[in-house]
Each structure stands twice: as C-alpha cells, then as structure tokens.
Design a protein around this ligand. Structure first.
Ligand code: NAD
Length: 321
C-alpha cells in the first residue's frame, strides 16, 4: 500500500474559523496559522498557501519557495500577487471568483443609499446632540434614478439587476471587454465610452479590476463631466480612482459625494484620509465588501477545497496561472 502524501499549508492571513476548522481536519495536512512564529519561514517548506488581501507575494518570494506548488487567494482581486512571477516559477495561482459577488453588490448599494439618504451624516448630527431640522436635511431618493455601472462582470451584473429590481432604476453600463452574453436578458443602456456614462447618471458604481489600464480610470476629467450632484461609489480597488483628483472635486463641491470601500492606502486612517473625512458627503469603509459572516465562511472553505484539489491533482476552479 502506497503512503499518503503529506502537505504543509501556510495560512498567511486571518481566515474564517470554518475554513481553519476544515483545513485542520484534513489528516494528511500540517497547517501553520498566521500567528504561528513559524509562518515567517514559509519559503522553506510550504506546499500550498492560503492568502487574502493583507499579505503580498512577490517574484522574489516565489523564487525562494522551493516546494511551493499552489497559492489560493480568497476573493477575486489578485493585485497583491505577482502572477507573472508565479508563472515563471511554475506555481499555480487560483482565486475564488463569483462567490463573494452578492456581498460586494450589497455593500455597493448600502453605501449608495447611505450617501443619497445622508444616513451617516444625520446619525452623526443626532449623536452629537444637535437638533436635526428635517427641512434642512433633505436627502435624495434612489427610486427610478440612473445608475452607471462600470465593469459588467460578476459583481457589476448583480448590482445592475438589484437596482432595477428594487428601485426601478435605469442602468447605463460600460464594459468594453465583456463578452456579448454578459448583456443577455438585461435591459441596460450600453455605452461604448466611459464619458457617455459619466455625463448621464446619478450614481457611478465601479466594478473593474485594478490593472494598468484601469489605474486612475476616474480622474480630474472624468469627475469634471459627472453631474454636479452625482455620487461615486468605489467597491472595486483603490487606485482605480485618482484620490488627489477626487479630493479636489470634493473640495470644489463639484459632486454629490463619494463612498469608498477601497483606497490606495489601506486600512484608511485619519492621518492619510483626514481631508476626505472632513467632508460630510464622504463615507469610508475598510475594504469590507466581502466581509459578511456568510461570505467569509463560504469563500474561506472554497479556498481550502481549491488548494487541496490543486495539490492532489484534481481540476480546480478560479485558475489564473
Ligand atoms: P469580474 O472579473 O467578474 O468583472 C470585472 C469586469 O470589469 C469584467 O467584465 C471586465 O471586462 C471589466 N473591465 C475591465 N477593464 C475595464 C475597463 N477599463 N472599463 C470597464 N470595464 C472593465 O470581477 P468581479 O467579480 O465583478 O469583481 C470586480 C472587482 O471588484 C475585482 O477585480 C476586485 O478588485 C473588486 N472586489 C472588491 C471587493 C471588496 O471587498 N470591496 C470584493 C471583491 C471584489
């Protein structure tokens, strides 16, 4: 009888307990958790890595990792992993696409409604003991508004459907790379240039990956052509919005507001983002798009399953390299 292969898996970032329980229940797997001092030495003997957005993996890391065969990233965005570097050293990289789309779509809508209905601002006023005069605190309804969705992938499509279903919104969508079937059955206004969308909508919600081609996608020009009272929502990645340009537009009161779940420097702190947070019409959350209990459990377990599939030679989803 052949012996069962043993694997050493390093968990580089904090995962939901359900994922930890699952990986630790595997008899032929040795697990090193993020708070284990041994974690630092993963280059020496890791067969597999479980990662989220907190750690970074560079080409140098991959060059040193003699035994490493697979990295699995929880979630979609893999901008913290050098994919070309992994490829060069023959290391498979997978993510867990689509699993957290509902949670991110929900947050994008929650932030939009919080801004349009001025919920945070009014809550702050109440908490600070101010008597809120309702007639001076009018907000904006989202019912039948025009929502611009930039990026019609897994998340963008769900966001579009939810705005239509719940608020009878009209969707203007821009995605030059989406396959034809991405639009199937959807009653959207599809535009072939970002400017056409920006000029025409009450909300711009971003759902594109961070690539060289999307870095600074929303900058001075784009902000200048948005309607004066339009809201910008970024639940995609920091860097897609040029933050200096955004601060200028907010300072010059050229927009309705901005909601950012992602920033260039995360997590957001007052010393870096204090100037943004002086604006009542800005909301910031620390990259919590996928942070629901349901989603963390589901995607965390998917990471373990995908990693074991790769290490044990089965076909696995979310393959990037
Ligand atoms: P996806 O790959 O399914 O869709 C991305 C879409 O963007 C694709 O259809 C692509 O064609 C389109 N696109 C690329 N470049 C574009 C451009 N220049 N203009 C317009 N469209 C463009 O990805 P997804 O699952 O929908 O996720 C989108 C992004 O959301 C991820 O890349 C990730 O960075 C981010 N995200 C954030 C959180 C969070 O916690 N806030 C969680 C998950 C994902």
């Amino acid at each position: 009888m052949g012996s069962i292969q043993q694997f050493k898996i390093y968990v580089l970032d904090p995962f939901h307990q359900d994922a930890i329980d699952l990986v630790q229940s595997l008899p032929h797997v040795q697990v090193i958790l993020p708070d284990d001092p041994q974690k630092t030495y993963w280059h020496a003997d890791a067969d597999g890595i479980m990662i989220r957005s907190d750690s970074r993996l560079t080409e140098e890391d991959f060059a040193k990792a003699a035994c490493l065969r697979a990295v699995v990233k929880q979630g979609v965005g893999v901008d913290n992993i050098d994919l070309a570097g992994a490829k060069k050293h023959g290391i498979a990289v997978h993510n867990t696409p689509a699993l957290n789309s509902e949670s991110v779509a929900e947050l994008s809508m929650a932030l939009t409604l919080t801004l349009s209905r001025r919920v945070s601002e009014i809550d702050r006023a109440v908490r600070s003991g101010q008597r809120v005069v309702r007639s001076t605190m009018l907000s904006t309804s989202m019912f039948r508004k025009r929502v611009g969705v930039v990026g019609m992938g897994n998340i963008g499509k769900i966001v579009a459907q939810k705005w239509i279903g719940a608020f009878e919104c009209e969707i203007v969508a821009y995605d030059p790379y989406a396959p034809a079937d991405a639009w199937k059955g959807l009653n959207h206004i599809r535009v072939d240039a970002l400017d056409k969308l920006l000029k025409d909508v009450d909300v711009v919600t971003l759902h594109v990956p961070l690539l060289e081609s999307t870095r600074g996608l929303i900058s001075d020009h784009e902000l200048s052509i948005m309607k004066d009272n339009a809201i910008l929502v970024n639940c995609a990645r920091g860097g897609v919005v040029d933050e200096k340009a955004l601060l200028r537009a907010l300072d010059e009161k050229k927009m309705g507001g901005a909601a950012l779940d992602v920033m260039e420097i995360e997590p957001p702190t007052l010393d870096v983002y204090g100037e943004f947070l002086k604006h009542e019409n800005v909301i910031m959350t620390p990259h919590i798009g996928g942070s629901t209990k349901e989603n963390q459990s589901r995607t965390g377990r998917a990471v373990v399953e995908t990693l074991m599939d790769v290490l044990e030679g089965r076909e696995a989803g979310g393959k990037l390299v």
